[in-house]
Design a protein. Structure first.
Length: 234
């Protein structure tokens, strides 16, 4: 999924810097600013962008939301889900939205964030394809714009990040191999009576622990050494 971040009438340079940095954190290269109210190449914007400075320098400026999201599936964002009324209640929590996008293989997405003070208007929300909100547990549900963006991008990209990263965790088959090695070690011990119960406990521990491949490999070494010692003792 290719993501474009669109921000409407941004006021503060520090937020622009943090937004640029957050885009870089999640591999988002396209930042579009609709009628920015701050100096885009200002000192504070560049200072707080950090390693997102390239994103900031490439930022595109547009006059309208429609122009900014053209050619994409657009997601309006709001801290007040009731604002979704103009879009016929076509509104989702961000985790549900992310699942929907993946299941429908949406290629290019615009994430549209509103003003720091008032967010997007109901009219701007209605012009987007759909609307998303971040469920918050506290009484005050309005997040700082850059913090909200970080959560939104995390939800939209986390499955892709998992596919990209090499999975370090052991599979069920690998855990089964370790368990069989453990059972074999138990069988060689004549001083242990309830071997089935101990094997069951070990199985439950492995399932709860969700060990890495490296951890299982280390455990297998210990079990194998113990088994060899038992054989020599016999």
């Amino acid at each position: 999924m290719e993501i474009r971040v669109v921000v409407v009438e941004l006021i503060y340079q520090i937020n622009l810097g943090y937004i640029s940095r957050t885009c870089a954190n999640f591999g988002v290269r396209e930042l579009t600013l609709v009628n920015p109210r701050c100096k885009v190449d200002g000192k504070n914007a560049m200072k707080y962008a950090k390693h997102g400075l390239d994103v900031l320098k490439r930022a595109r400026i547009c006059r309208t939301v429609e122009e900014a999201v053209k050619g994409t599936f657009s997601i309006a964002t709001t801290g007040n889900w009731r604002k979704g009324k103009p879009s016929l209640y076509n509104i989702y929590s961000i985790d549900s939205m992310a699942s929907m996008l993946r299941s429908n293989s949406i290629g290019k997405v615009s994430v549209v964030l509103g003003r720091e003070s008032t967010g997007l208007t109901t009219e701007e929300i209605a012009k987007c394809s759909t609307c998303a909100y971040i469920p918050v547990k506290g009484e005050y549900g309005i997040l700082n714009i850059s913090h909200a963006l970080a959560i939104l991008l995390y939800e939209l990209t986390r499955r892709e990040s998992r596919r990209m990263a090499k999975n370090p965790y052991a599979s069920s088959a690998e855990m089964g191999n370790t368990l069989r090695l453990f059972q074999s070690m138990l069988e060689s011990r004549k001083d242990i009576r309830d071997k089935a119960k101990i094997a069951m406990v070990m199985s439950r521990i492995l399932e709860r622990a969700h060990p890495t491949k490296g951890e299982l490999a280390t455990l297998a070494v210990a079990l194998s050494l113990n088994k060899r010692k038992e054989k020599k003792g016999n």
